[in-house]
Design a protein around this ligand. Sequence first.
Ligand code: NAD
Ligand code: DAU
Length: 332
Amino acid sequence: MMRLLVTGGAGFIGSNFVHYVVDHTDHHVTVLDKLTYAGNLASLEGLPDDRVAFVRGDVADATLVDGLVGSVDAVVHYAAESHNDNSLHDPSPFLQTNIVGTFALLEAVRKHGTRLHHISTDEVYGDLELDDPARFTEDTPYNPSSPYSSTKAGSDLLVRAWVRSFGVAATISNCSNNYGPYQHVEKFIPRQITNVLRGVRPKLYGEGRNVRDWIHADDHSSAVLTILEKGRIGETYLIGADGEKDNKTVVELILHLMGRPADDYDHVTDRAGHDLRYAIDSTKLRDELGWLPRYGDFERGLAATVDWYREHEDWWAPAKDATEAFYAELGQ
Ligand code: NAD
Ligand code: DAU
């Protein structure tokens, strides 16, 4: 049994991880979350009080973080500003949480000798051409495009430096695009599903040729647990499930699953600096640590996700109007 501190555990992937840990281990979890617009306590409802504790606070609050880190065996660091479109509008919270927040955490784990797993993204590697046979590996040079991905890249580099210079016991994972329950309606898949549920046409940026490498959030969680338990200190592991799809295909699939015509969507203003393609080669994680994804069939995982949003309007409806008002201002 481990005592885990999970930062950002009321967000999309963090809350999925907390559910996964409760279901698959006997670890105890303390969630530290600031409950920004992206955090939602309802995502943690139903979890047992004797396994999961919640602390509302800022990961950049060094005093608070020091106290929490001192009382756990390991930290899994999800807390971040995570949405590219927001980072193009106002980068400042991205600098504060993603860089200063990670710094505060690193100083605390350094002081207490606590194990850290840092959650990052494939976006640190920039993007690939559509016809490039290569995929991202742990050796791909960093080349981030947006304020979001550059602050994630910066946080990864801080972790690497703290490992090398101070002997901090950390690992890093860089994962591809997640989908599943509890994802904020600002993100591509939930935005389109909830648009259709409201009788609004999905919104595709540009021509929809951009490719993302989709992985179910449960597979991300199982990979993180595997790295936490078996990963080599100082190493980076890429997490992906061979799920490349272009955005047009994903929108058409959502429309098909929801009984709408395949062309019932709008093309809207493209994202500035829009990365063309992400693709992950997760051979190292699979060969070295024996991890395998369980959601091989994207269409089945997507159908389950559509059902989840259909059944949980109470969870997503409070954020929908404000999100769409923001996009409307951007012409998106
Ligand atoms: P999210 O935006 O849904 O959740 C982020 C959570 O962090 C929220 O609960 C929010 O309240 C909390 N938070 C924000 N600032 C905080 C602060 N200063 N102190 C404490 N808590 C704070 O994000 P997500 O999609 O769940 O992403 C989680 C992590 O996974 C991020 O580090 C992100 O970079 C990484 N990641 C995401 C994806 C993806 O597809 N969504 C893929 C790879 C990696
Ligand atoms: O690759 C991992 C990253 O995946 C994570 O690091 C980020 O936190 C996460 O937000 C995600 O980033 P993306 O920018 O790829 O995700 P998003 O859901 O915003 O968009 C997915 C694709 O869909 C992207 O090409 C932009 C496009 N898009 C998005 C929205 C919101 C649309 O076409 N229409 C939309 O309405």
